[in-house]
Design a binder for this molecule. Structure first.
Ligand code: PA5
Length: 425
């Protein structure tokens, strides 16, 4: 379903690329790394088998889907990026009934009411810790807005949080009527899109949750497969790691699909927060990380491509290619006698998009810029589920390559604590 094209890694100078032998040089580590990941007791690849969650998600979304016209997610970071990505990838690009407020900009909070009707809105408050100031303040604000309208807030809120001692857990317990979904304790925010955090929004938008999970499970099975040839997550992590050692300290993700633009946003958080760490597991200061960069084909050909081709050779380019963009959309030819546009004759947008991607790939290759292409047949629930799992699993392997804990985020926690301290002074 998902395939890799790695040929350009060996087509460029060895100082910047990777030979097949180099890519395979770490293959005997798979079992060891899998054992280490297993010992971390992380649920991102096991929770997808949780039948009870799946059934509850489907039941809950079926129950509330038709009772509301609008859905608004209150959350930030790992609690919101997955839903944003799902909405864009599987929904309509311009029409929507689900909005994700992943910020606290007052203009954003005010203007959302121009496009929703509070009476017909269900708010989903999603926060794993239950303590994140951005999410709590959004919740306090919209709870009051609902009550200001004379509405019963319990009818308009659903919470997704873990069972630790966060304020949201207390609120949910105290207010029996607010539906609550428990997030598994062993799944971190940025790894949680395939839990209720992403599945409830997906269900509310009418997407097929079973297919999302099915795609994810297929990729998870690859992740757990000790055979290098069949383990795409391990191959990806190996490439990222080896190229970082050759100075490619940035990874540019370039989907050639408008609907995957937010996927690159989702991945940006996953890679940055998981791998950007000060200390390794031996307690040594390492300050390692790979800087994720999001780009979009073809748009960024006219924005970033100059830098990518001729600037510092410090990036690995990951193209996300979609084979089927739906029926061919032909480019009409209103100027049949105009030779300068002859090259567009009989060409469809589908072909133009694919050809421009090949042009970009070839130019980077000619300039010795390492690039790989990750190909999916089309954007649907199954391929998206597989893509989420591919990158989550690769990130888990990457953590083992660097001997760090890919699942904590002490830097984020510190800024949360400092904000609280400053506001209390
Ligand atoms: O991945 C993470 O752990 C973070 O980015 C969190 O998702 C983010 O800080 C929001 O935290 P919470 O879900 O606890 O509100």
């Amino acid at each position: 379903m998902i395939t890799f094209n790695l040929q350009n890694l060996s087509a460029i100078d060895s100082a910047h690329g990777l030979s097949k032998a180099e890519i395979e040089s770490h293959k005997d580590k798979i079992s060891n790394y899998l054992a280490k990941i297993d010992s971390r007791d992380q649920g991102f690849y096991t929770e997808i088998d949780n039948e009870e969650t799946r059934a509850r998600v489907i039941q809950c979304t079926n129950n509330v889907k038709d009772k509301f016209e609008y859905f608004v997610i209150l959350g930030i970071g790992g609690s919101s990026l997955g839903a944003i990505c799902l909405q864009q990838a599987l929904g309509h690009l311009y029409k929507r009934n689900l909005f994700v407020l992943d910020n606290i900009d007052p203009e954003m909070l005010r203007e959302i009411e121009d496009v929703i009707d509070l009476e017909k809105t269900l708010f989903l408050t999603i926060t794993k810790s239950g303590n994140t100031p951005e999410t709590l303040s959004q919740y306090f604000y919209f709870r009051k807005r609902i009550e200001d309208q004379g509405l019963n807030f319990e009818d308009h809120f659903l919470t997704i949080t873990d069972s630790s001692d966060g304020l949201l857990t207390k609120i949910a317990l105290e207010t029996e009527n607010v539906d609550e979904f428990e997030m598994p304790l062993n799944v971190g925010g940025r790894f949680s899109v395939l839990t209720s955090v992403g599945l409830i929004p997906a269900g509310l938008m009418g997407f097929d949750v079973e297919k999302l999970l099915h795609g994810a499970k297929k990729m998870r099975n690859q992740f757990l497969n000790p055979k290098f040839e069949e383990n795409l997550p391990f191959q990806l992590a190996t490439i990222q790691y080896l190229l970082e050692q050759k100075g490619k300290t940035m990874n540019v993700m370039i989907p050639y699909a408008q609907k995957l633009e937010k996927f690159a946003d989702w991945y940006r958080q996953l890679l940055a927060e998981s791998i950007g760490k000060a200390v390794n597991e031996k307690g040594e200061t390492v300050n390692i990380g790979i800087t994720p960069i999001k780009a979009l084909g073809v748009t960024d050909q006219h924005s970033q491509a100059q830098l990518y081709n001729e600037g510092p050779n410090d990036k690995l380019f990951m193209f996300l290619s979609v084979l089927n963009h739906g029926p061919e959309l032909d480019i009409p030819n209103p100027y049949p006698n105009e030779e300068s546009v002859d090259f567009l004759k009989g060409v469809s947008f589908n072909k133009l998009l694919a050809t421009e991607m090949q042009g970009t790939i070839q130019s980077l290759t000619q300039n010795n810029r390492p690039n790989i292409t990750i190909e999916i047949p089309e954007i649907n629930e199954e391929t998206l589920g597989a893509l989420f799992m591919l990158f989550e699993a690769a990130t888990a392997f990457l953590g083992e390559f660097y001997e760090i804990d890919a699942f904590n985020q002490p830097g984020v926690e510190l800024s949360k604590q400092l904000t609280r301290k400053m506001l209390s002074e």
